[in-house]
Design a protein around this ligand. Structure first.
Ligand code: ZN
Length: 133
């Protein structure tokens, strides 16, 4: 069940970037606060959250591809029994939260910025907590 301060995002691949800017905007409108800061936080250790370009999808595939080359899933020195150490490392690099200011109920994002969940060990259903300050 989805809580009032939570967005649920379902991934469909082991690694993907899923934009959910519109869902955050709608939630800000529903909360009804005009000015403040929206904090988004994932309670997971194998996905991340980031803000980046939403105009050219090659940006997302380049970022995921580069992280895959940098941190392969099956690195011979990894010991973790789940065989997803790469996902844990990528999650730490990307980070688990972002803070976005908003004015007059509108997110203060740049023209080309979108908010992304970065899935590194999907497919799964993920939870993004929203806190408005
Ligand atoms: Zn693990």
């Amino acid at each position: 069940m989805q809580r009032a301060n939570e967005l649920r995002i379902v991934s469909s691949a082991r690694e993907e970037m899923i934009e959910f800017t519109d869902e955050v905007s709608k939630r800000i409108t529903a909360i009804g606060v005009d000015d403040g800061v929206c904090v988004l936080f994932v309670q997971h250790t194998t996905c991340g959250i980031t803000i980046n370009e939403n105009a050219d999808p090659d940006v997302q595939s380049d970022m995921l591809g580069f992280l895959q080359r940098l941190i392969p899933q099956y690195e011979p020195n990894f010991k973790h029994f789940e065989h997803n150490s790469d996902a844990h490392i990528k999650s730490t690099i990307v980070g688990s939260s972002v803070a976005i200011p908003f004015d007059n109920g509108k997110l203060c994002l740049g023209r080309w910025q979108g908010i992304y969940l970065c899935e590194f060990d999907g497919p799964r259903e993920r939870s993004v907590l929203i806190k408005v300050l």
